[in-house]
Each structure stands twice: as C-alpha cells, then as structure tokens.
Design a protein around this ligand. Structure first.
Ligand code: FMN
Length: 403
C-alpha cells in the first residue's frame, strides 16, 4: 500500500480525477488530494474529501500549518491530473505561488503530470517546450490522447482515461520501488571496487593550473556507500574538500597521475566506477612562473590519456566498468555514444547544466544506460541514494558476468 498524492488543477477534465482517486483507493492505496483555486471552480473539494477520506489541501484552507511540507513528505508518488498549461509552465519555472505548487517544489518522490488542454494550447511552442524541459528533468509525463475535446474541437489534448493514468502511476511507483529493493546491505561483500573521484589539476607553471568544477561528492558518496556495503574500496581522488574515513585513498593531482594510479590498481578490481572529472587536455608545463609581457598568451594544450577508453579495452570479461557522462545538452545521444565508444558496461549520465543537481550539489539525478540497451532513471535523490543504486546495479551485473 502506497501514499499517493493527487493534484487537481483548473481544467475541464478535473471531474475525471474523481475516478482516478477512486481507482487508487479501490486498489488499497492511501490517497490525499490537493487542488488549485481554479480547480475548485470545476469540482468541489468535498467530492475529493469523500472519495479520498482525507482533508484536501486547498489554496485558502490548508489542513495543517505547513501542509505543503506535510503533504510532500508523506507522498510516495505525486500525480497532477489534469495538469493545466498554466501549472505546467509554473512548475518548469520553479514558481510556488500556491499550495499545490509549493508542495511540488518540496517533493522528494517521483512526480507525474497528465497534461490536458485545448489542442491549440497543447500545440503551442511554449507549452511543448515546457513539457520537454520537465521530461528532461526526470518528471514523468502521461501525454494526452487525441479525440473530441470539451471545447468541441477534435485533436490532441484530451486527458488520458483515469484507469490508464492509474495503471501508469502504479507502474512508475513499482519500478522506483524495484530500484530500492535491489539494494542489499552486504551485496558488495568480498568485492574490490575501484572508484575515481574529483577533478584533476593541470599545472601551467608552478603557481597556475587548469581544473574543473567537480567537487568529488558523487565519487566519495560511491566510495563511502560501497565501503558500508562491504566492499574493499580503492579510491583514487583528485584534490577535494571532503574528509573521509575510507582506508585506501590514493591522492593524485593531474590526469597523468590518475592514469598511473589507475594502472597500478585496475587489475585487482571487480567493479570499476570512474566518477572523476579528468581533464581532456593539459598545458605544456613551464618550470618557471610565466611573466606578464604581451597582451595575449597562447597556451598549447595536449590531449591527456583517456583512462575510460583504456579501461574499456583492457577490462577482463568478469569486470564491470561504469563511466560517467556529465552533459549540458543531448544527454541521451552522447551517453549512448560514450557507452559504445569506451566499451563500458554502464554509463551514468547527468545534466550538469541544472543548478539543482550535479557539480557541488547535495542531490543528483542520473540516467543509467546499459550495454544491453536498457535504461534506468534514478529520479532526483541525494548523492548517497544515487550511489546505492549505481552500486546495486553494478553488483547485479557483476554477479551475472560471474555466473
Ligand atoms: C471553462 C474553462 C476550461 C478550461 N480548461 C482548461 C484545460 O482543460 N486546460 C488548461 O490548461 N487550461 C484550461 N483553462 C484555463 C485555466 O483554468 C487557467 O489557465 C487557470 O489559470 C489555471 O489555473 P491553475 O493551473 O492554477 O489551476 C480553462 C478555463 C476555463 C474557463
């Protein structure tokens, strides 16, 4: 039995959400409803209170003093049906000017939207961009069907039937639960895991260097969680601001150092996870500090050794290799290319253009691309929880390879 939060916004399809709530309650789930003010002009909150057996979170009448936090932390999954163009746009912009939107911003569980609107509204470029942008942030969409709309026009925009929405929401819930079910406390016991973390620094002269924004948090979260799950951890780390009790940390500075440390240890590893942000190029090093003379200074950069490629071509049959892809655009395409080119078993891709995840943030959101073509979305979670999922998937793959 799960806690399902149903959000209703101001579209004509609001009445269908009463059936949706009934479906969830009939299936034995706990249901709470939140409504925008506009939604209440279509259906009364009393209907939803009677069906859900819980007080409705309304714009001007909240069940508890901090209802948006209480409702968001209670939910295992949240479905907004119907989701108006207005609410979709506001979610994408991070606006929280009503109770429903504030609750959505505070959610830690999967969010599902079922857009419904007139065809012209639905095909509007802004609405379409908002939908795509939300999808790229890991928000699930149950896209509308075509049919005769309430405004008597024929076309796309009709909310999916409540039974279809209910089935899809429960599938999402189950697949997310499956991910956490896969994690067992001692599943890495007896395995050696090599993890690389943090940035590399490429010195230009004795006082200057080129580096990148990696904080090392994801790599360290992987190492800490692997250690807790019983693994023998070898952590090769660039310079970071993190204290850790992991016994075996190999501290390095440059990409060349990381390559050399990797060569020393990769043979003993059962699973290799390359979470470090290794420089692609390094400057030709000047022994003495470069003096300020001309208006321009040209740096000559050379390619660093590609550690992931090396690992891919030299990995043993029974080793599992996980690479990371930090992308700002075309994430799926680049991640799939990297998976093939580097001969990795898994590529963990994240969108580093987002401010709320990735470099230096506490949370992350990863899509795992597997060599067999399957894909797993982790949803937005703490880096520790994401680490557990990556480790669990790697351990499962390792045991399949070693059968
Ligand atoms: C009769 C009527 C039906 C509407 N149906 C829809 C709809 O199906 N989808 C939609 O996106 N907006 C629809 N709207 C417009 C929204 O109600 C309006 O954008 C409102 O600001 C949405 O507020 P909310 O997102 O806070 O609920 C409708 C408006 C009216 C008057």
């Amino acid at each position: 039995m799960s806690n399902i939060l149903v959000g209703v916004t101001g579209g004509i399809a609001a009445y269908k959400s009463a059936y949706l709530v009934r479906e969830f309650v009939r299936a034995g789930h706990n249901v709470k409803v939140m409504m925008t003010k506009k939604a209440e002009s279509f259906v009364s909150h009393t209907t939803f209170e009677a069906l859900s057996l819980n007080p409705v979170l309304r714009e001007n009448n909240t069940p508890t003093p901090i209802s948006h936090i209480d409702y968001s932390s209670w939910a295992d999954v949240c479905i907004i049906a119907p989701a108006t163009a207005n609410t979709i746009g506001k979610i994408n912009a991070g606006i929280a000017d009503n109770e429903l939107l504030s609750t959505i911003l505070a959610l830690k569980c999967p969010l599902v939207l079922a857009p419904a609107m007139n065809t012209n509204m639905y095909s509007n470029t802004i609405v379409q961009e908002n939908i795509r942008s939300l999808q790229s942030k890991g928000i699930y969409m149950i896209l509308p069907a075509s049919g005769l709309l309430a405004c008597q026009t024929e076309g796309e925009g009709k909310m999916q039937d409540p039974d279809i929405i209910a089935e899809k929401v429960l599938n999402i819930l189950n697949s997310e639960n499956d991910l956490s079910l896969k994690i067992e406390n001692d599943m890495l016991s007896g395995l050696t895991i090599l993890i690389t973390a943090g940035p590399t620094k490429e010195y230009i002269d004795p006082v200057r260097y080129i580096t990148n924004k990696s904080s090392g948090k994801m790599g360290y979260a992987l190492a800490e969680e692997a250690y807790k799950m019983g693994a023998n951890v070898i952590l090769i780390s660039g310079e970071v601001n993190i204290k850790s009790d992991i016994p075996n940390i190999q501290k390095i500075v440059s990409a060349e150092d990381m390559y050399n440390a990797f060569l020393s240890f990769y043979n003993e590893a059962d699973i290799i996870i390359m979470a470090a942000a290794v420089a692609d190029y390094f400057p030709v090093y000047e022994n003495k500090k470069i003096k300020k003379n001309d208006n321009e200074l040209v740096l000559h950069l050379q390619k660093t050794k590609d550690i992931l490629s090396y690992a891919g071509t030299h990995k043993k049959e029974n080793q599992v290799l996980v690479g990371f892809a930090a992308e700002t655009n075309n994430m799926e395409e680049y991640a799939k290319q990297k998976l093939e080119k580097k001969k990795a078993d898994i590529i963990a891709a994240n969108d580093v253009s987002r401010k709320d995840i990735g470099f230096d943030s506490i949370d992350n959101e990863i899509t795992l691309f597997f060599a067999d073509g399957s894909i797993t979305h982790t949803g937005k979670q703490s880096k520790q929880d994401i680490a557990k999922i990556i480790l669990a998937e790697s351990a499962i793959l390792h045991s399949e390879k070693n059968k």
